[in-house]
Structures are given as structure tokens and as C-alpha cells.
Design a protein. Structure first.
Ligand SMILES: Nc1ncnc2c1ncn2[C@@H]1O[C@H](COP(=O)(O)OP(=O)(O)OP(=O)(O)O)[C@@H](O)[C@H]1O
Ligand SMILES: [Mg+2]
Length: 258
């Protein structure tokens, strides 16, 4: 289980202070798929960096399976917002996906298997020897997802992973995330500013306010587990849920403007 309690982060540089997160509390159960939705600049990336142990919170704490996070927790993989910068340009697709497995000391034959399976799962079979810069943005993003999946994480954090791809690729990648989540029983925390995406993907949606950033509301997405882009998005219940999320976020904006 992932627990975030009273999390606060203030960035300080010289005399300038930015309060990125004021007071965040929420939990993600093992095996759940939770979407975090909030406006640009509300501190989503900051939150993920605190959860993945890359950034120290000003106060409050993050626990993974009861243990306080101090440095990157084992079994956690992150797909960053700026995937272009998260792949190594001098390494082939295969080497990029394999690298964390080497660090995890997985045997060579098993590494080959995991790399092949992960590339297959994201539809990139055949690109093993290409370099990231020879691929389109959407393909690079799929390499980043394959790398996270090959690692066989217990927890997968994704930071607006589809913000830079076209609508069609985005729809395919959304379905891919749900499929992988169902198949691998991994715990997923998916961050997005897109309300429809949050409702389509999530089993739960946590809404953040804009600064000062707190948890505004939470919603269980009681749509059937089998979802597809056409029918789910046209389902009256989907429309009801997205309206609820939209209203909460508008309320949060108004409160922040006061
Ligand atoms: N290293 C830093 N130093 C100072 N301020 C920072 C730093 N990183 C982020 N901030 C500030 O913290 C706030 C939250 O930033 P963050 O990147 O976490 O937002 P976000 O919700 O991920 O935004 P987006 O949706 O645009 O990715 C912003 O006001 C930002 O300017
Ligand atoms: Mg961000």
C-alpha cells in the first residue's frame, strides 16, 4: 500500500519560496489504479518525485508497504513526463529497456525474455536495434513504458505520460495501460491534467486543487472493468462521472482565486 500523509513541499531558492504542495493525504491500495488529476502547475510532478524518493518533502511522509520512503523504493518504476529526456540517446531501444534489469541483477537469458515481452506488449517488436531519436514521439514514449513494464514493478508511477502524443496513439496507450494493469496486477498511480483520461483509466480518481494544493475530492469510478474507447466514453455513467470531476476542479479553481 502507498500512503501519503500530510505531504508538504516548499521549494526554496535564495529568498524566493514556492509552496508546491500544502497538505496532501491519500492512499493507494495494492493492485489499484488511481488517477490523480489537477491543473498545470499544481504540483503533480513534485508529488511523484516525493513518492519516488527523488525529492525530500518539507514535511509529512510517504510510506510504501508501511516503510518510510528515503530514496527510490525497490519495486517502483516511474514513467516521467519528459520521456524524450529519460531515454539514453546513445543506447539502442533494447539497451534502454534492459538497463534497469542489469541494475536489478536479472540473469542474461531472463533479461532477453523480459525485454522481448515488454516491447511486444507496447507494439514495438522489430525496433530493438533502433535508437530513440530515430523513433517518433509516441514510439519513444512506448519505449519508456516498456522499460518500466520489463522491470516488473510492484508500483508504477506515470506522470502525464501521453501529453505529447496524438489523440489516436493516446487512446491506444490508455488501453495498453489498463491491459497491463489487469494482466500484471501492478499498483498504478497515473497523473494527468485530462479529466476524461482520468475517468476512462482510473478505478479511483483523486482530484487536486490548484495552489495551495490539497486533495479536493476523491471518486470511485464504478464503470465496468472492461472498457473501450467508443462505448465507455459514450456511457451515460461516464458522462456523469466526468461532470462530477469537472465541477470539483472548477470549485477548486474558484476557491484558489479568492
Ligand atoms: N525545482 C524547483 N524549484 C522551484 N520551484 C519549483 C521547482 N519545481 C517545481 N517548482 C514549482 O512548483 C510548482 C509545482 O510544479 P510541478 O512541476 O510539480 O507542477 P505540475 O502539476 O507537475 O505541472 P504540469 O502539469 O505543468 O506538469 C510550480 O509552481 C513550479 O514552478
Ligand atoms: Mg508535471
Amino acid at each position: 500500500m502507498l500512503e501519503v500523509k500530510g505531504l508538504k513541499k516548499v521549494y526554496r531558492s535564495g529568498s524566493r519560496e514556492v509552496e508546491a504542495l500544502r497538505d496532501l493525504t491519500f492512499t493507494v491500495d495494492n493492485g489499484d489504479l488511481v488517477c490523480l488529476v489537477g491543473p498545470s502547475g499544481c504540483g503533480k510532478t513534485t508529488l511523484l518525485r516525493c513518492i519516488s524518493g527523488l525529492l525530500e518533502p518539507t514535511s509529512g511522509d510517504v510510506k510504501v508497504n508501511g516503510k518510510a520512503v528515503a530514496g527510490p523504493p525497490p519495486g517502483m518504476a516511474v514513467v516521467f513526463q519528459e520521456y524524450g529526456r529519460s531515454l539514453f540517446p546513445w543506447m539502442s531501444v533494447r539497451d534502454n529497456v534492459e538497463l534497469p534489469l542489469k541494475q536489478k541483477k536479472v540473469s542474461k537469458p531472463r533479461r532477453a525474455e523480459l525485454v522481448e515481452e515488454a516491447l511486444d506488449a507496447v507494439g514495438l517488436t522489430g525496433t530493438e536495434t533502433a535508437y530513440p531519436w530515430q523513433l517518433s514521439g509516441g514510439m519513444q514514449q512506448r519505449v519508456a513504458i516498456a522499460r518500466a513494464v520489463a522491470y516488473e514493478p510492484e508500483t508504477l508511477l506515470m506522470d502525464e505520460p501521453f501529453a505529447a502524443v496524438d489523440a489516436q496513439t493516446r487512446a491506444d496507450l490508455e488501453d495498453l495501460v489498463r491491459k497491463l494493469w489487469q494482466r500484471l496486477k501492478v499498483t498504478v498511480l497515473f497523473v494527468t491534467h485530462d479529466i476524461d483520461e482520468a475517468v476512462y483509466l482510473g478505478r479511483r480518481v483523486v482530484m487536486l486543487s490548484s495552489s495551495p494544493t490539497v486533495v479536493q475530492d476523491e471518486l470511485v469510478i464504478d464503470l465496468p472493468a472492461e472498457r473501450d474507447q467508443l462505448h465507455t466514453r459514450a456511457d451515460p455513467r461516464f458522462i456523469e462521472l466526468r461532470t462530477r470531476v469537472y465541477e470539483q476542479i472548477q470549485l477548486a479553481k474558484k476557491a484558489a482565486a479568492k
